[in-house]
Design a protein around this ligand. Structure first.
Ligand code: SAM
Length: 249
């Protein structure tokens, strides 16, 4: 059927490709990817040989009109990224936005996604979460974004490059407080690791141990709920304390 297919692909273990992903990659008029080498490897694993178009950070502006024209003419296009779900910290959002504006059918082909895989295996609350993705690389900008997140009552999901892990954990500990956190590394791969700790203890551990290998999601627990006030006497004590601190100088 015509339309834009957003095809999730494995984040490590090639066995995670879905049957629908395989069908769509076989039947779409055109498969569009970030990196031909990466997607060729996947197609080879599936026993497929397809011509590949490119849609990545650096050619998206130029490639988008052609892809939209093809879709408007009734074609089918399968968009994949290097790993996981396209348009999540990966190219695709603007293409989807334009397709929706033009009334082109968009079909999600769901599958692996590093953020959700890390969340569900972390043991931290799953009822409410905020996906942040990559923080800014510079510490000052990074701390500003963390400040925006500090009062959010949700589990936080961050992507980070290995060489910045220790400094990002240290900034997070400083701005968010020393919350429980889990480092999810190399999910679905040979050296998969889920390492629990607190932001502070993990920052110290990675600062000492040096740069870890592989791909990383940081999962951070929500802030602790404020203490519930149980009885009138406690309310009086809290009010008295508040009044003492508010007394004008
Ligand atoms: N769209 C992708 C998805 O849905 O999973 C995410 C793409 S983003 C450019 C890549 C980042 O995802 C990596 O830097 C890392 O933070 C995270 N990631 C990808 N694969 C991973 C894995 N196997 N284990 C842990 N984190 C992973």
């Amino acid at each position: 059927a015509p339309g834009l297919y957003l095809v999730a692909t494995p984040i490590g273990n090639l066995g995670d490709i879905t049957r629908r992903a395989e069908t769509v990659l076989t039947l779409a008029d055109l498969v569009v990817c970030e990196d031909r080498r990466v997607t060729s490897r996947l197609l080879r694993h599936l026993g497929l040989s397809r011509p590949l178009g490119l849609y990545h950070e650096h050619n998206a502006e130029a490639a988008r009109p052609e892809l939209l024209a093809r879709l408007e003419a009734g074609g089918s296009v399968a968009l994949v990224s290097d790993a996981g779900t396209p348009a999540v910290s990966d190219p695709g959002y603007k293409l989807v936005r334009e397709a929706v504006r033009r009334g082109i059918r968009v079909h999600p082909i769901p599958g692996p996604s590093a953020a959700l895989a890390a969340l569900v295996a972390s043991g931290l609350p799953t009822d409410r979460f905020l996906f942040q993705g990559f923080l800014p690389p510079r510490s000052s900008a990074r701390r500003r974004v963390l400040e925006e997140l500090a009062t959010v009552r949700a589990t936080l999901l961050l992507f980070e490059a290995p060489h910045r892990l220790a400094e990002t954990l240290a900034d997070a500990a400083a701005v968010l407080g020393d919350r429980p956190a889990v480092i999810a590394r190399e999910l679905t791969k040979l050296h998969e690791e889920l390492r629990p700790g607190t932001l502070g203890s993990l920052a110290a551990a990675y600062a000492t141990a040096g740069t870890p290998k592989g791909e990383i999601v940081i999962v951070v627990a929500p802030p602790e709920a404020p203490a519930v006030v149980e009885d009138d006497a406690a309310v009086d004590r809290l009010l008295a304390a508040a009044l003492r601190t508010k007394r004008p100088r």
